[in-house]
Design a protein around this ligand. Structure first.
Ligand SMILES: *Cc1c(COP(=O)(O)O)cnc(C)c1O
Length: 366
């Protein structure tokens, strides 16, 4: 038996996460110039990073020989001021992925179950399986979370329920009152992770106050990220908001310096750049209209999305994905999410969206 085969069966059963193809890789593969490539594959912010974050990074670069502040005091203080959650209720992560993993390591054991939805974010089953627990995948309803079915799937073995709102890759959204009703039904011993990676893109009419629910539901953990609307995906920083007792445990499990100095400085500055956030959300709304109008004109079906991406039905997703690559356009095939006929497209700059639409027309219509 090889050494790799000595690893536990539950580890060997994990399918690797499939990230969006990097621009540099496509350039190498196809002999293309990087600047000619449009990447709409990882829900990144097409505006780049906020100018305030850029300045903060330049300052923080001076001090990289030192370890970061392992408690992330300044970022937590800024988050606490903004959210009203005490610093003891905030855990920082190397991306919110890190927080999701901390949850699995802290609240799941081999043989325990995590309840999640079909077509939900791929990291939930990954984090669950990595600790030997079992993902219980509840069939989606209209490509979104079926909260009644998820509640019914909770058993004595359930340690965690994962909910993405909005969800990636389907873009579906659950109104606040439905989430609240779900929380009322949950046993107190089950941790509910409400992943709000795209919350900054929500129109005012759809906003709800999950943070306001924390005092009533100590088994709720809200996760958020600086990777999307704040434009800091490359730095890796996210956070969780919850009960101080839960956060204390997550903090014991995390690496002592899990968020690096540049990320801490940039995130603290980005949080104060309301102008950049508003600009990002407005650009997203315009780009969403641009893409969905084009889909409509091409008689393609798409899923209404509350995120910074839209998922469109194209026939054989993999074939269309590859034909788009040949056109220098990277999108995301989602066969691994059980949706082989669909592609997920991140909203880009108007000219990037136009490049994608033109390429899609050539690929589908010829
Ligand atoms: C992008 C995304 C995240 C954030 O990942 P980071 O690790 O913070 O970059 C979390 N949840 C969902 C649903 C996402 O789409």
């Amino acid at each position: 038996m090889s050494i790799a085969e000595q690893a536990p069966a539950y580890i060997r059963a994990i399918s690797p996460y499939q990230p969006g193809k990097p621009i540099s890789e496509l350039a190498r593969d196809m002999g293309l110039v990087e600047a000619s490539i449009v990447k709409l594959a990882s829900n990144e912010n097409p505006l780049g990073i906020s100018p305030k974050a850029k300045e903060a990074i330049a300052r923080a670069v001076q001090d990289l020989a030192r370890y970061p502040d392992g408690n992330g005091f300044e970022l937590k203080a800024a988050l606490s001021e903004r959210t009203g959650v005490p610093m003891s209720g905030i855990v920082l992560g190397n991306g919110s992925n890190d927080v999701l993993e901390l949850v699995a390591r802290t609240f799941l054991t081999p043989g325990a179950e995590a309840v999640l939805s079909q077509h939900a974010f791929a990291v939930y089953p990954l984090a669950t399986m990595a600790v030997g627990a079992k993902p219980v995948v509840v069939p989606a309803k209209d490509f979104g979370h079926d909260l009644d079915a998820m509640a019914a799937a909770v058993t004595d073995k359930t340690g965690v329920v994962f909910i993405a709102n909005p969800n990636n890759p389907t873009g579906s959204f659950l109104p606040g009152d439905r989430l609240q009703a779900f929380l009322e039904k949950m046993p107190e011993r089950v941790l509910v992770v409400l992943d709000e990676a795209y919350t900054e893109y929500l129109p005012d009419a759809d906003r709800y106050d999950a943070i306001g629910w924390l005092t009533r539901f100590p088994n709720l953990l809200v996760t958020r990220t600086f990777s999307k609307a704040y434009g800091l995906a490359g730095l890796r920083v996210g956070y969780g908001l919850g009960d101080a007792g839960v956060v204390d445990l997550l903090n014991r499990v995390r690496q002592p310096f899990n968020v690096n100095s540049l990320a801490l400085a940039a995130a603290t500055a980005a949080l104060g750049d309301e102008e950049f956030l508003a600009k990002s959300a407005a650009l997203n709304q315009r780009g969403m209209n641009q893409l969905t109008r084009a889909f409509e004109a091409m008689s393609l079906s798409w899923l209404p999305s509350w995120g910074n991406f839209v998922t469109v039905k194209v026939g054989d997703g993999d074939t269309v994905y590859r034909a788009l690559l040949a056109e220098g356009v990277i999108v995301r095939p989602i066969a691994s999410y059980g949706m082989p006929e669909w592609l997920r497209v991140s909203i880009g700059l108007p000219e990037e969206n136009a490049r994608f639409i033109d390429a899609l027309k050539r690929v589908l219509v010829g």
